[in-house]
Design a protein. Sequence first.
Length: 267
Amino acid sequence: MKKLIFMLLGFTILGYAETLQYQFPMLENIVYNVHIDGNAGWSSFDEKPVSFKVKADFRLELLNLGESNGLYQIKLTARKSKILINNDVLEDISKSETEISFCIPQVLVQMDKNGKIYKTTTLKKGLINIAPFFNILPAFPGEIKQGSKWVQKIESFNLPSGKVPQLEFTYIYEGKSGDNHRIRFLSNQTIKEITNQQDTEVKITGKNSSDGDIIFDSQKNILKKATGKINLDMNYMFQVPDPDKKGKFIPVPMKTQINLNFSFNKQ
């Protein structure tokens, strides 16, 4: 969520046309139409594989509440949402102008003028936490020029199907076209991680092959459009203590796949 705020609230164009550097804009409220669709699933050795289709459309409102004690207060609210799981409607308030999504949390973010996030507070809990996926939008490492590349890591987070290890992405500034600036992101990450959860060792292997494009309006200094896909293929091997043999462990495998397309479009 932090990097989403960092990106959505604007960029200023400095120097010649092929140079970008972040700067917090003047007070402004922004609305994005968000679309997510794809498939997800998991399987274990002793259970029937579970898979489902996901489709979500909602309006994401960013309300700039101004400055307090040197920090900007940004409230994110999802409205007009319609969320389907395997074509079953989980939520549909798409015809309402006032209702707030009960699936997607409403949050307050506090950030300084340089885009550093100091605190994120949940104002209204939701059923689905999609915040980690917003982190795929980049935080720029200062001024960049056409052809600039940088690597960004997204810290580990949890999903109902299990832990997602730290993810890594490469970002490339491809320059200006007309009134727009284009950033490409991609990943060809091999995942390898061993963690311990209480008395259970978990070995995670897999692949992150996500990619996408981000477009900025150079005149208004804000994110105009972002499209991409999140492809995660992860294998888990749990070493669980054997209840019948002290000091022995039982291997328990599990597999998780996430293939989601997404788009943000400024309204």
